[in-house]
Design a protein around this ligand. Structure first.
Ligand SMILES: [Zn+2]
Ligand SMILES: [Zn+2]
Length: 282
């Protein structure tokens, strides 16, 4: 059995974002919709022999996410310990990597799986952490490799990011975690066809969404996020997966508003919208 926990379902900036007065951020501050922290996912098996969790991306909200999840907290047997075994990075975005700096009090080096491209882009962070616990880098592979007791994973290469597919070796079941997707490649499409659970990039509804709140902002596709409306919605609608869930949702995205047409379209397509604390069992 694989357990997947959404620690944070928002894209960079969170919901609300400190300097944002879009309708969603205003509604959040007014208590009309729930606040969401920045994108991070914990994955693990619940076998007692392997009480270790892996994080998929480490957001700047990580310390607070750990405090809201008892199973990610240290046990009382020694003064300093953690059930977090390491981190898998989809790319080098600030909102995915800054949490690594916040784990610096660890005594052993942090184990981080990433592509060479991501590692190179995070050279600054690597240098900073070297003065503390340091990072033990591990390469991701396009073939399945063992993560812990019964979980294997592989990386699906995309432009400037990767998606991860997880395999429960006991049951043969697969899950796809793809929070940063610039384009729907053939390999990603194959992985989405054989995965029972899909967590997918729900950053933006439309390509020009950010430009509406910030003049000169890059488009969704330019930021390496396939928009939902004229991009991933149709592809996910056709996927046979048991659960399809949008996560890494930007605070500007109209799917966050319960009464919106866009949210209704997503729900009609059989796709869920992630929130902090959502737990998925494979
Ligand atoms: Zn992000
Ligand atoms: Zn906003």
């Amino acid at each position: 059995m694989i357990r997947i926990h959404i620690l944070g379902s928002a894209a960079g900036g969170g919901l609300p974002q400190w300097n944002c007065a879009c309708v969603n951020c205003i509604a959040t501050r007014a208590g009309k919709i729930d606040a969401q922290s920045q994108s991070s996912i914990a994955i693990g098996s619940d076998s007692e022999e392997f009480p270790n969790w892996w994080l998929i991306n480490a957001s700047p909200d990580l310390p607070r996410q750990i405090e809201s999840a008892t199973w990610l907290q240290p046990r009382g047997n020694t003064p300093r310990n953690t059930p977090i075994a390491g981190v898998l990075l989809t790319n080098a975005d600030i909102d995915h990597a800054l949490g690594l700096l916040l784990l610096r009090q660890q005594e052993e080096p942090l184990v981080v799986y990433a592509t060479d491209e991501t590692r190179a882009a995070l050279a600054w962070l690597d240098r900073t952490l070297a003065r503390f616990c340091g990072i033990k880098w591990r390469k991701v592979s396009s073939d399945f490799q063992r993560l812990n007791g019964s979980i294997a994973f592989r990386a699906i290469g995309l432009q400037h990011s990767v998606a991860f597919q997880f395999l429960d070796e006991a049951s043969g079941r697969l899950a796809l975690v793809a929070p940063a997707v610039g384009e729907f490649t053939l390999e990603l499409s194959k992985a989405s066809a054989d995965s029972e659970i899909i967590l997918f990039d729900g950053t933006f509804w439309s390509d020009r969404e950010l430009a509406a709140v910030r003049a000169g902002a890059r488009s969704s596709r330019e930021m390496n996020h396939l928009p939902i409306g004229d991009g991933s919605l149709e592809l996910l609608r056709q996927s046979p997966a048991r659960r399809k869930i949008y996560t890494h949702i930007n605070n500007t995205n109209p799917i966050l508003m319960p009464s919106s047409r866009e949210r209704a379209e997503v729900e009609k397509a059989g796709i869920e919208i992630a929130h902090d604390g959502l737990e998925i069992v494979l």
